[in-house]
Ligand binder design. Structure first.
Ligand code: NAP
Ligand code: HSE
Length: 435
């Protein structure tokens, strides 16, 4: 190869070590496809003295200047994570005329506009395929392959950690703390796993997907977020009895009437729903477009090598552009700021689990409380007693979120209701007009 493209790698943790490994193992294929030799020259880490595999001939440093001031380095690959100093290092790299690849959804979901502007201003490429869906190609398919469509919906499972946890809790009955620890050991979780279990990681990805799909700007504060921390073995068991599984979903919809509805929350999915069988660390994302219909993207959503696969695809894409002298800066286009649909106006069916006094007339009182707030019940079951109280599970018809929120308040005020244990959305098609 005549040309060598040199890389400065920021971070050699789970994903960075995967990039080092795959670039070494697939060096020949990568070079042939890039049309240039692709070499990591310098790696920035916190602990530069630590021995790491696949580092022969590569300099380890704890000083960012060793990369930013090195004129030989063409591409900076940011795999440190977190907002700071990752954002500042990427901006400085662009200012220094270097192309940037990142897997950092925190920065893109919060400062995406800022990063895209900097790439344009400095005439450098900024690619971020690994920021959503781990190894699944989803960013480029939305920005390029589906560009003919008006995309109306993107929906799926976009967090590998929580999908792994829910799968193990459902199939093996393992407890929450054990499965969280397993997901961390496998390198799926974020440095602070609260981002995974509280739904923030999925919300960042939902913001990115909604922005790209609907050509608008959606940032993290516009996403309504609920994680899996309140999901109990009892809910998982009821879901199974009723023919559902519980999944953490990211949903983004765009409609002229309501605007952009972006949310992350757990949901009951019928067992025959295509997303119900997406297990372990796998992610799956549906994209609905007015020309293509539905397209589904499926694969490993986290982990060292799958994520490295997406990062290296971006590196190769930039390397090709460097060789040809035509690196494309950013493909993301904004056509104006769309309205965000308030969560109160979103519509779903709900599973509501309550502990109530076990005495005559209680079921009637509960049905009346739901009815008074315009919530129609699809089914009600009572299967067990807990400390002399009856446990009631109601599945509602589709209602606006504000009605279910009001019904919760009315139910809580009833003397016969001891506790509302869970309220979880049920993803089924509506069977009647929504009130
Ligand atoms: P990680 O295992 O925690 O690795 C972080 C690396 O960055 C470590 O090598 C660390 O150095 C280095 N680092 C962190 N802060 C630094 C600083 N201030 N200065 C210098 N070096 C610093 O993280 P990861 O799981 O690989 O994730 C990296 C990024 O990829 C994150 O944005 C994450 O959201 C994203 N991502 C991760 C996955 C996944 O499956 N893990 C999938 C998709 C996207 P030391 O080694 O010396 O501590
Ligand atoms: N922590 C993230 C997940 C990594 O579990 O999906 C991939 O973005």
């Amino acid at each position: 190869m005549e040309k060598t493209v040199k890389i400065g790698l920021l971070g050699a943790g789970t994903v960075g070590s995967g990039v080092l490994q795959v670039l070494r193992e697939n060096a020949r294929e990568v070079s042939l496809k890039a049309g240039a030799s692709v070499e990591i020259k310098t790696v920035l880490v916190r602990d530069a003295k630590k021995q790491r595999p696949n580092m022969e001939g590569i300099v380890a440093t704890d000083k960012i200047e060793d990369i930013l001031e090195d004129r030989e380095i063409d591409i900076v690959v940011e795999l440190m994570g977190g907002l700071h100093p990752a954002r500042e290092y990427m901006l400085a790299a662009m200012e220094a005329g270097k192309h940037v690849v990142t897997a950092n959804k925190d920065v893109i979901a919060q400062f995406g506009a800022n990063m895209f502007d900097a790439a344009e201003k400095n005439h450098v490429g900024f690619l971020f395929e690994a920021s959503v869906g781990g190894g699944i190609p989803i960013i480029r398919p939305i920005m390029e392959c589906l560009t003919a469509n008006r995309i109306t919906e993107v929906m799926g499972i976009v967090n590998g950690t929580t999908n792994y946890m829910l799968t193990k809790m459902t199939e093996l009955g393992e407890d929450y703390q054990t499965v969280l620890k397993e997901a961390q050991e496998k390198g799926y979780a974020e440095a602070n796993p609260a981002a995974d279990v509280e739904g923030l990681d999925a919300a960042r990805k939902a913001a990115i997907l909604a922005s790209l799909a609907f050509n608008t700007r959606v940032t993290l504060p516009s996403v309504s977020v609920e994680g899996i921390t309140n999901i109990t073995p009892e809910d998982i068991d009821y879901a199974r009895q009723l023919g559902y599984v519980i999944k953490l979903l990211a949903i983004a919809k765009d409609s002229p009437e309501k605007g952009v509805d972006v949310r992350v929350h757990p949901a009951f999915l019928p067992k025959d729903h295509p997303l119900a069988s997406v297990s372990d660390v796998f992610n799956a994302i549906f994209v609905k477009g007015n020309a293509v219909g539905e397209a589904m993207f499926y694969g490993r959503g986290a982990g060292s090598l799958p994520t490295a696969s997406a990062v290296i695809a971006d590196i190769v894409s930039l390397a090709r552009g460097i060789v040809n002298g035509e690196v494309r800066e950013v493909g993301f286009q904004v056509f104006g700021q769309k309205q965000i649909c308030p969560i109160e106006e979103t519509v779903s069916a709900y599973y509501v689990r309550l502990l109530v006094a076990d005495m005559p007339g209680v079921l009637g009182a509960i049905a009346t409380a739901f009815g008074d707030e315009g919530v129609s019940l699809n089914s009600v079951i009572q299967t067990r007693k807990v400390d002399n109280l009856a446990e009631i599970v109601a599945i509602t018809h589709h209602v606006k979120h504000r009605r279910i929120a009001r019904a919760q308040r009315t139910l809580s005020a009833l003397p016969v209701v001891t506790k509302i244990s869970s309220v979880i959305r049920v993803e089924t098609p509506p069977t009647m007009e929504v009130a």
